[in-house]
Design a protein around this ligand. Structure first.
Ligand SMILES: Nc1ncnc2c1ncn2[C@@H]1O[C@H](COP(=O)(O)OP(=O)(O)O)[C@@H](O)[C@H]1O
Ligand SMILES: [Mg+2]
Length: 270
């Protein structure tokens, strides 16, 4: 089943800047996809289109079976409750406890009354679920700490815990490890990988670090100036675009592919 279908997806910002330029791609259920590209390549634009924060200028986008272009606000909220979303910059509420921040991840899935109750009282099962997800992110001792008492890396792990609590079908993360130390990066990516391997969840990560993308993702999409310049497996990318260049690739800025590709292997039938 296709979780994401983009056809000729284009976003032009006011002022004529093109954020994304004719992206055609399909992502199937259970894939772990890394999106690489230098600054300004269109990674965040694609992410914001996927989460419905912005709408396409041209082309079509379907996420979890819902066309995004003409979606109502209500349908968009329902759709978002099926996604676990992590942003680049820490997105926790500083003055709230870790536990409450994590619980916010369930707000889209429960009634308002239940949500209000949960802010004041947790059932045994709810507490166990929060404890489990925090343990996986090595935050067991921080359950009742205020988020503003945590380091940046710990706050980002809280944001990941929140995204994972609701057992989302699709995990979308925009440079989730951009501003954390390598150990935290590994902890976070290990959780995404576990959900992908053990539960078959679809994971799409915008990444700036080529080494992490190669290690964790099976499929890579590379964007450059809003265009798709590589769509294929990570091993093939390493072979053709890294080894052959004869130098250690530290950053996506070094990736030297300029020719846009039309769709990927999965889109040959189009
Ligand atoms: N809100 C916006 N208004 C105008 N231009 C934007 C806006 N957001 C992004 N852009 C432009 O769109 C292009 C793609 O940006 P972005 O998607 O943020 O790239 P990336 O996440 O890969 O760094 C860049 O040229 C950027 O300057
Ligand atoms: Mg970005």
């Amino acid at each position: 089943m296709e979780v994401i279908i983009a056809r000729e997806l284009t976003k032009k910002y006011p002022g004529g800047i093109t954020g994304l330029d004719g992206l055609t791609v399909k992502i199937n259920q259970g894939e772990m996809v890394g999106i690489l590209g230098p600054s300004g390549a269109g990674k965040t634009t694609f992410f914001r289109l996927l989460t419905g924060v912005i709408t396409p200028s041209e082309g079509e986008l379907t996420v979890l079976g819902r066309p995004i272009g003409r979606i109502t606000n209500r349908a968009l909220s329902r759709l978002r409750s099926r996604m676990g979303v992590v942003y680049q910059h820490h997105n926790v509420i500083p003055a709230m406890s870790v536990a409450r921040n994590v619980l916010m991840g369930l707000l889209g899935q429960v009634s308002l009354i239940k949500a209000l109750r949960m802010l004041f009282h947790l059932t045994k099962d709810e507490k166990a679920a929060v404890e489990e997800v925090l343990a996986r992110l090595d935050l067991s001792d921080k359950l009742y700490s205020r988020c503003d008492e945590l380091s940046g890396g710990q706050q980002q792990r809280v944001a990941v815990a929140r995204a994972l609590l609701a057992d989302p079908e699709l995990i979308l993360a925009d440079e989730p490890i951009a501003s954390v130390d390598p150990r935290t990066a590994q902890l976070i990516l290990d959780q995404f990988l576990r959900l992908n391997r053990e539960k078959g969840k679809t994971v799409v990560l915008n990444l700036h670090q080529v080494d992490f993308a190669l290690k964790y993702c099976t499929r890579l999409l590379v964007l450059r100036q809003g265009k798709l310049v590589y769509d294929g497996d990570a091993a093939g990318f390493k072979e053709t675009h890294i080894y052959n260049q004869g130098f250690a690739l530290d950053s996506v800025e070094d990736i030297d592919i300029l020719e846009p590709v039309k769709g990927g292997a999965c889109c040959e039938q189009w």
